[in-house]
Design a protein around this ligand. Structure first.
Ligand code: BGC
Length: 367
């Protein structure tokens, strides 16, 4: 046993994997990559692709994961500053990150907000993400289509319950507002009825009642269970707006444990996002209705290209595959230069073409 552990360690050291980094011998780095968490699968892909991309361009880089704990992530970022990072690529957890962002600014370090806007700060200038409002629109439209809301009648309304992402993640607002931009008119016509709290946009006080602290699946599962034995007890749900795949699967788990929804046919339409392998399989099997693919390889490549251009002295470089938006993303203190990539809608009709066709997964992942 001891020998196996030692051998494994030796192999890892030889492969330079121990610190999941490509630091120089001194431990100095050029690019620090701080990802928020690992309980949502995508971040591990983002982290790996960012690290590889930075190293491919000859930079010394390091990646860390914050376990959805801003205090921990701040220590990790602090450490990167100490190691001499010139660029920090940060997917933050909440506004608690601002103290280290401001420290970085004082040291002349470039901060790039990655995927999530860092709000409440004027200490950085760049943001790269997907068109997150569109992600929400895809989710809302999928529900409208699946329930044929255009032909539904208020005498026989369809029932939906609403979930949102973390209240401290600015993206959660965009996803929800995008979805409700499609669904709200049907609610107003009375053909779609919301079961449970019914905020019509993310600025409603009720938004916090449907939000899911730190995107934790156990929180969403418990809330779904609670709805099933209270507000949703006497109706049959036709749809659940779920903001991402991790939460969608937790919600489906709660639904499946209820006799009303314990077969695939009885499950309501449940949305998602991130095209996680387990969810794509469930889409193939008809258990989850859709997901939204945001290719982490492209986002990582864009972020590394941006870091590289900024380090070479460019100001607002153009980045392949991304649209520069200098007007929309306001931290509350300033509008930052934002690079937007296009998300892709995935259903049972196109999952194989998109997910295997793009090489994101291989056909053998689905056997
Ligand atoms: C990301 C999503 C992810 C969620 C939870 C969001 O900021 O955009 O892709 O599912 O965080 O980690």
């Amino acid at each position: 046993m001891k020998r196996i552990v030692l051998t494994t360690l030796a192999i890892m050291m030889a492969a330079g994997m121990v610190f999941a980094s490509g630091q120089g011998e001194s431990g100095a780095i050029d690019i620090g990559i701080a990802m928020p968490e690992t309980h949502v699968e995508r971040w591990q892909r983002d982290g790996a692709a960012l690290l590889q991309g930075a190293q491919d361009l000859g930079y010394r880089a390091e990646v860390t994961y914050g376990n959805a704990d801003q205090g921990l992530q701040n220590e990790q970022i602090q450490n990167m500053i100490t190691k001499g990072a010139k660029v920090l690529i940060v997917g933050n957890i909440n506004e608690g990150v601002n103290s280290v962002v401001s420290e970085a600014a004082q040291e002349g370090i470039i901060v790039i907000a990655y995927d999530r806007l860092i709000t409440g700060s004027d200490d950085y200038d760049y943001y790269i993400t997907f068109d997150n409002f569109k992600v929400g629109e895809f989710q809302g439209q999928a529900i409208a289509d699946a329930l044929d809301l255009d032909n539904a009648s208020s005498d026989d309304p369809k029932y939906i319950t609403l979930f949102a992402g973390s209240p401290t993640d600015n993206n959660a607002n965009f996803f929800f507002d995008g979805a409700m931009s499609i669904l709200r008119p049907y609610v107003e016509q009375g053909v779609l009825e919301v079961v449970g709290p019914a905020p019509m946009d993310s600025s409603s006080p009720d938004f916090t009642r449907i939000a899911t602290e730190n995107w934790r699946p156990e929180v969403a599962k418990a809330r779904m269970e609670n709805l099933l034995s209270n507000d949703a007890l006497n109706v049959t749900l036709d749809a659940v707006l779920a903001p991402n795949d991790t939460l969608a699967r937790a919600i489906i788990e709660a639904l499946s444990a209820d006799a009303k929804y314990d077969t695939t046919e009885e499950l309501p339409v449940v949305t998602g996002q991130d095209a996680e392998l387990a969810s794509v399989q469930m889409i193939r099997d008809g258990e989850q209705y859709m997901t939204v693919f945001k290719d982490t390889r492209d986002l990582a490549a864009g972020a590394v290209a941006l870091a590289d251009a900024l380090l070479k002295g460019e100001d607002t470089p153009s980045i392949d595959g991304a649209r520069l938006d200098t007007e929309t993303y306001d931290t509350g203190l300033k509008v930052v230069n934002s690079y937007l990539l296009e998300p892709i809608n995935v259903t049972s009709d196109n999952w194989e073409a998109v997910m295997v066709g793009s090489g994101y997964y291989s056909a053998s992942d689905f056997e």
